[in-house]
Ligand binder design. Structure first.
Ligand SMILES: [Ca+2]
Length: 201
């Protein structure tokens, strides 16, 4: 009787010790993985917002009855140049924002464009606020801004779209890019004159 009691006691202490040990191991593992994640916590922890403002000719006004306004992004890892001004050359993986007479929509060129409230439209400008998460948090973003009709004719685009390229690792990224005045084949309503890009954390 006594011997079995002692045996039970011993069994109990072994179980308790094992439980404490595994608990300690779990705590240590949690601490290690927590510490390991700490230094490169920038991966998604920090929300970044991309603000883009497009200004058109002061003699024109945003005219979604006769045309469309696009901002296009190439965020692919192997990308090396900005998207073309010609929509026929755009790849399915490009993200884009389109402003037409239904408002702002966002999507990938090969899929449907979803209307959202990411932008505001003024008389002679429009501005979009885009979470960098929705572009997949890329390191580099190649861009272009174009105005066009509904059928495929481009009215205006940024003369040197490489100037629009964004390095998302730069803190307080801010750029103002000018485009030629009066070079739109669709008249002043579709003449891009300035693009302002700001990246805020
Ligand atoms: Ca222009």
């Amino acid at each position: 009787m006594q011997i079995s009691l002692i045996k039970n006691k011993k069994k109990k202490t072994i179980w308790i010790k094992a439980a404490i040990n595994s608990l300690l191991i779990m705590i240590i593992l949690l601490l290690i993985s927590g510490c390991a994640r700490w230094p490169n916590g920038g991966d998604g922890d920090e929300k970044k917002l991309l603000l883009i403002r497009v200004d058109i000719n002061e003699n024109g006004q945003i005219n979604t009855d006769l045309g469309k306004y696009y901002i296009v992004f190439d965020t692919r890892a192997g990308a090396s140049q900005p998207p073309s001004y010609d929509r026929e050359d755009w790849k399915d993986e490009y993200y884009y924002i389109m402003l037409d007479n239904m408002g702002f929509c966002f999507g990938q060129w090969g899929s449907s464009c979803q209307y959202t409230s990411i932008g505001i439209k003024g008389e002679q400008y429009f501005q979009i606020n885009l979470d960098l998460d929705s572009l997949g948090n890329p390191k580099k973003i190649f861009m272009n801004v174009i105005t066009a009709d509904g059928n495929g004719e481009t009215y205006d685009y940024i003369g040197n779209p490489s100037d629009l390229t964004i390095d998302t690792s730069i803190v307080n990224f801010n750029k103002v890019i000018q485009d030629f005045l009066g070079d739109s084949s669709g008249g002043p309503d579709f003449d891009i004159v300035k693009v302002t890009i700001t990246l805020v954390s």
